[in-house]
Design a protein around this ligand. Sequence first.
Ligand SMILES: Nc1ncnc2c1ncn2[C@@H]1O[C@H](COP(=O)(O)OP(=O)(O)OP(=O)(O)O)[C@@H](O)[C@H]1O
Length: 337
Amino acid sequence: MIEVRDLVKRYGAHLAVDHLSFSVPDGQIFGFLGPNGAGKSTTMNIMTGYLGATEGEVLVDGHSITDEPELVKRSVGYLPELPPLYMDMTCEEYLLFAAGLKKVSRKDRNSQVDRVMEMTGTMTVRGRLIRNLSKGYRQRVGLAQALLGFPKVLILDEPTVGLDPKQILEIRTLIRSLSKNHTILLSSHILSEVQEVCDHLLIIHHGRKVACGAPDELERELADEPTLELTLRGTDSQARAMLAGVPSVAALSPLPTREENAVSYRLEQATGADIREDLFHACAQAGLPILALRRDALTLEDIFLRLTSDDPGQQPGVSRTPDTSAAAPTQEGEQAQ
Ligand SMILES: Nc1ncnc2c1ncn2[C@@H]1O[C@H](COP(=O)(O)OP(=O)(O)OP(=O)(O)O)[C@@H](O)[C@H]1O
């Protein structure tokens, strides 16, 4: 169990981490998400004992990183954003060297290095110079280094940054397999990179917590009720009279339309309601053909962008991604766009 309590980090007058608190239970893959400069690396550097906090504390299994740094460091493996690799060493030489720095006993070094190379799929490149390895393999070597000593906790700072899509998938699979025996905290500034792999997400902005929860929980809690965009063949008064008779239309606002003899509205639905079928029947009964019906729902990506935006235009309800799966067939038999 990792506990971060009321953590503050100031660089001179700049407040990089602002009273941040969270905890990571054993066995969880915890995603630490925020745009560039949000304070992720600073927090991770404090959690791993590389940097001192201005205020607050970090506990790993109840032991404070400040009071018992050696003990805590032994239970934490760290992959920094730029792994400190020595380009002129082979993969194996580097891992043996890192095992020495981590005070792995001489008699265990070779077997541990073999084991972490197996775990990270680097056995086949053990004799290659690190400078000649691809970025994906260098990242694996960095992970292998973090695994030496078999710490309970792994802290990975942007482990997939700069990798190609295939390498990203491979590292993700590797992280998932490591989660069987480790508690993992990994950071990213890209939601899609952590959404798939993490059980829990913490979103920070300007060093402050802005949201925390399981990805689907966040989506449920932070997304507004979906709205509908409806375009009909008919007049404004006909449409409003028909819509007045549909229960659960909480509000409507007109939208511009390029269709001739047509009107378009954004409809807000009462909490929890889905009025698409009611609308279909009401429009059919009133003889007002539906030309388009589109449901707008916030995705987790929209929520992340909204929570971490300094632009007041990116406020609730502005950044929306159309859910085209909910588009209704038009009178011409086409899918509405
Ligand atoms: N040594 C330092 N001295 C002064 N300011 C710093 C220092 N390190 C980081 N900062 C500032 O603190 C803030 C947080 O930086 P940090 O690197 O922790 O963010 P991050 O979320 O990891 O960003 P990135 O994804 O770009 O690495 C930024 O505004 C950064 O400019």
